[in-house]
Every structure is written in structure tokens, then in C-alpha cells.
Design a protein around this ligand. Sequence first.
Ligand code: KG4
Ligand code: ZN
Length: 352
Amino acid sequence: MLILGIETSCDETAASILKKDGKSLSVLSNVVSSQVKIHAKWGGVVPNLAAREHLKNIIPVISQSFIEAGIKPAELDLVAVTQGPGLIPALMVGVGATKTLSYVWKKPLLGIHHIEGHIYANFIAPQRDKIKFPVLCLVVSGGHTQLVLMKKHLRYEIIGQTLDDAAGEAFDKVARILGLGYPGGPIVSAMAQKVAKNKYKILKEKLPRPMLKSNNLNFSFSGLKTAVLYLAKRNEKLLKNKIFIQEVCHEFQQSAIDVLIAKTILAVKKHCPKTVMLAGGVSANQELRKQLGLAMGKNFSRILYQTPDINYSIDNAAMIATAGFYRYRFTKNKKSLLENWKNITASAELKL
Ligand code: KG4
Ligand code: ZN
């Protein structure tokens, strides 16, 4: 089975072709055109600018995905597109393009939830057959921070979530406060990495670990971001000092990681999953991957700990094609998907 996946929910125009043949699954192409440089000037993603770039790039990106995969549109079995949530002007480009392609090529079309895509990035991994339900997934992206319990494929129960900012958003805002540019996650984590553990030379204060001991599964990152803001204001003269900035990044990152791990461990205790997974852009953070892995190994060595390949952590279309495969597999009336272009709309607030 050959699936074309398309993703345009934020600032990446992405197309991927996935091949599922019996037990084997291979990503034949994974093309991502990033707009990071364009939005960096504005300190965040500008929706209309994003839409204009998607419009410019969508056809070249799709056509490149076919060239790299070495297949023709006629050979496709399914088209899957991110339907939401995300920026409406951006989503509409991908949704509009795939509706047209589905109609013209006479191929079934499926709309995919962006977070479902992130979760299914874990099913690209060769060890996907070892993933057993119930699955607990810690979703950490620029727009979402959720603990999602899956008792079976495509069934999601949100058992915890952020009450304000998402984890990725906090990384981005802290980077802005410290004058480090956009997107913040990769920059803050690179800065943090330069600090040897517990070796702060200049920073004398600790940042809060919000809701760490709240005994529920919710998160809050807005207070942590504000604490960094006040810390920066109190130490204005030190903001030019690289060592100080690295130490603040390390302390902030460790605070976020401590809370994310503590809540995940609490969720495991409450819900007894057989697999724990990580998903979303912040899952590219090496420290989070490593420290959650260590905590899982220490507390629950019999539970499988699964992380997506780093290429499939941040926004991409291979994850959308993979989620498309599983949705297609569990769709009873597959023929109806040929007419699905009539039903699919872009939805900013789509529910999982
Ligand atoms: O999933 P994603 O690519 O887009 C959304 O669905 O939002 O996630 C983007 C977020 C951004 O906030 C970015 O700063 C963060 O993921 N991010 C990271 C890292 N790489 C990306 N956060 C922490 N550490 C990273 N290495
Ligand atoms: Zn994403």
C-alpha cells in the first residue's frame, strides 16, 4: 500500500510517501520545506505569511516526494492530510491541495489530527510490533502538552494537560526573553547542554517546578516562563554573559523536564500502561528523552519506553501518512473515502 501524507498546519510544508507491505513499513520519501528563517524575523509564526509560503512550496514539495520515492501518483492507494488543529490559513493550503488531488486522481482521502500524527510517528519505528496497549503518550509540542491514554488504536483519552502554555511554547518564550531567537527549543537545549550538571558558576537561584506536587496530571508552564522573565529583569547586566544565559537555559530546561517526568510517572502509576511513548516537537529534546528513559527504567523496567526517530519528532508528513495508514486500516467503508474530499475542512480547534 502506498500513502501520500501532507502537512501544512504551521510553518513546515511537508510531503511524504510511505510504503506498507505486509509487516514492513518504509518511508520512501520525507520532504520538509521549513519557513523558520522567514518567521524568525517576527519572533514567531505569522499565519498569513505561512500560508503564502505553503502556497509557493506545496506543489514542488509534493512533486519532490514522488521523485525521491520513485513512484507515480497513479500507484497511490491513499492520500492523508493534516486537517487540524493549527493555523487556518496554513491548514487550508494543504487541505485544499489534497482535496483537489484526491478528486482528480480518484484516490481515497483521509483527514488526520496533527497530534494523532505526532503520536503515530512512534509507529514508524522498526520495533512498532513491540508496542502494546494500553499506551500512555506524553505529547509535548509547540501548541500541546498532554498525557494521552490509548486503550487501542485511534482511541484517545486525555488524562492530563497544560492549564496554560504548552511546553514548546515555554521554550520559545524563554528564548525570546533571553534574546536567543526563534524557534526556542533547539537553541535553549543547545545552550543548556554546555553546562555540566550541577556546576552553576553564576546562577545562584533555582526556578520553580510548577505543579510538581499537585497530585494530578495537569501541567502549568506560564509561571515558569514568568519566573525566567523576572530572573532576567533582576540580572539585566548578566544577560550579555554567555555562561549566565547557558545556566538559565539549563535550569529552565531541567525544571520543565522534572515536571514532565514526574507527571508521566504519576500517570503510569494511576493507569498501568504497557507502553510509554513520547511525541511532538519537544520530544526532539535529548535530555528529556534520556531522563524520561532513565526514570522509566528505574521505576518500571517492564514497561516499553518508545521515542520517535528524531526526524519524525518535529513536524513532518511521514507521521501523517502513518496515521493515515492506521485510520484506513480501521475504516469499514473504505469506498466512501473516494468521496471524502466533499467532507474535509480545515479546523483550527479539531479535537483528538
Ligand atoms: O511539534 P512541533 O514541530 O510543532 C507543533 O506542533 O507545535 O513542535 C514545535 C515545538 C517548538 O515550540 C520548538 O521550540 C520545540 O517544539 N522544540 C524543542 C526542541 N526542538 C523543537 N523543544 C525543546 N528541545 C528541542 N530540542
Ligand atoms: Zn507538531
